[in-house]
Design a protein around this ligand. Structure first.
Ligand SMILES: NC(=O)c1ccc[n+]([C@@H]2O[C@H](COP(=O)([O-])OP(=O)(O)OC[C@H]3O[C@@H](n4cnc5c(N)ncnc54)[C@H](O)[C@@H]3O)[C@@H](O)[C@H]2O)c1
Length: 277
C-alpha cells in the first residue's frame, strides 16, 4: 500500500548497484510514494551494475559521481538544482573497504586502503552534505540519511575497518545535523540496519553465520532491504520533521539484546556437538 508520503518531493539517491542494493529498494519505494529523484553511482558501478534498469523503471536520470571526488559531487548537486530546484531528500547508501576486499585483518590493515575505506564510506557523507549546504540545495525540513551498522558501537567479528568508518559516519551526521539544522532546518540522520544480503553485505566475513545469529537474537528478526527502504521513506517524509542528529536502529531489536532464547538454544546445541564429537 502506498501513502503518497513523498508526493512532490525531489531528491538524490546514491548507491544503487543492482536489485539487491538497499538504495535500489529505496528508489522503488520513493517512486511509488510520489517522489522524483536523480540516481547516482561511480562510473564503474554504473557500467558493471544494472542501475539503468532502475532508472528506466523510476523515470529517473542517472548522473555519475564518485562520492569521494568533490568536483563530481559539485557537478551532481548543480545538475540536481537545475533539474528540480531545491531538494527534499538525499540518501547516502555507500560503503566499501579495500581491506575487507583484500581480506587483510584489522591488525594488519594496509593504511592506504584504510584511508580509502574512511573516504568512501564516511568522509563522502561530509563532502556531500558540505556541497549541498554550499549550493543551498536543500529545502527547509529536508532530510539527509546515511546507512550505518551496529559495528560503530559494538565489535563484531570480521567487520574490520568498516566499523571505524561507520563510527565516523554517525559522528558526521551529528556534527552536520547541528550546523545544518541550526542554519537551514535540514535534518541529518543515520539508520543502523540489520546485516542484509547485498553485494557490500556479502563482503563481510562470515555473513551467513552473522545473519543467522542476529536473526536469532532479535525479537522481531532481521530487517531486510525492503523494510529498510520503508524506514528511509518515513525519514524523508514530513512525519518525522523533528528527528535529527540521530543514529536510528532498524534491526528488529538486536542492538538492545544481550542473549535470546533462540540464540541460547543454538549455542547449547553446539556444546552438545562438541561433547559427542
Ligand atoms: N548489507 C548490509 O549488511 C548492511 C548493513 C548495514 C548497513 N549497510 C550499509 O548500507 C549501504 C549500502 O550498501 P548495500 O548493502 O546496499 O550494498 P551495495 O553493494 O549494493 O551498495 C554499496 C554502494 O556503494 C557504492 N560505492 C562504492 N564506492 C563508491 C564511491 N566512491 N562513490 C559512490 N558510490 C560508491 C557502490 O557502487 C554500491 O552501489 C552501505 O553504507 C552499507 O555499509 C549495509
Amino acid at each position: 500500500m502506498n501513502y503518497n508520503l513523498l508526493k512532490g518531493k525531489k531528491g538524490i539517491i546514491f548507491g544503487a548497484l543492482n536489485d539487491m542494493s538497499i538504495a535500489w529498494k529505496v528508489a522503488e519505494l520513493a517512486k511509488a510514494e510520489g517522489a522524483e529523484f536523480i540516481l547516482t553511482n561511480t562510473p564503474v558501478s554504473i557500467r558493471l551494475g544494472t542501475i539503468d534498469k532502475l532508472a528506466e523503471a523510476c523515470n529517473a536520470e542517472v548522473i555519475p559521481a564518485d562520492a569521494t571526488d568533490t568536483n563530481d559531487i559539485a557537478n551532481l548537486v548543480t545538475k540536481a538544482i537545475e533539474k528540480f530546484g531545491k531538494l527534499d531528500f538525499v540518501l547516502h547508501s555507500i560503503g566499501m573497504s579495500p581491506n575487507v576486499r583484500k581480506k587483510l585483518p584489522y591488525d594488519k590493515v594496509n593504511y592506504d586502503f584504510y584511508h580509502k575505506t574512511l573516504d568512501i564510506s564516511a568522509l563522502s557523507f561530509h563532502k556531500v552534505i558540505a556541497e549541498l549546504k554550499k549550493q543551498d540545495a536543500m529545502n527547509e525540513w529536508g532530510s539527509i540519511v546515511a546507512l550505518s551498522y551496529v559495528a560503530a558501537q559494538r565489535t563484531l567479528y570480521g567487520y574490520n575497518d568498516m566499523a571505524d568508518a561507520k563510527a565516523l559516519l554517525e559522528s558526521v551526521a551529528r556534527s552536520f545535523g547541528y550546523i545544518y539544522g541550526r542554519e537551514k532546518k535540514v535534518r541529518v540522520n543515520t539508520i543502523s540496519q540489520s546485516p542484509t544480503l547485498t553485494t557490500a553485505g556479502s563482503g563481510v566475513k562470515g555473513i551467513d553465520g552473522l545473519m543467522d545469529f542476529t536473526d536469532r537474537m532479535s525479537p522481531l528478526g532481521n530487517a531486510n532491504a525492503e523494510e529498510c527502504a520503508q524506514y528511509c521513506i518515513t525519514l524523508f517524509s514530513d512525519l518525522t520533521k523533528k528527528v535529527t542528529m540521530q543514529n536510528l536502529y532498524h534491526d528488529g531489536g538486536f542492538s538492545n539484546m544481550g542473549m535470546s532464547y533462540r540464540a541460547m538454544s543454538q549455542y547449547n546445541k553446539s556444546f552438545d556437538n562438541d561433547i559427542t564429537d
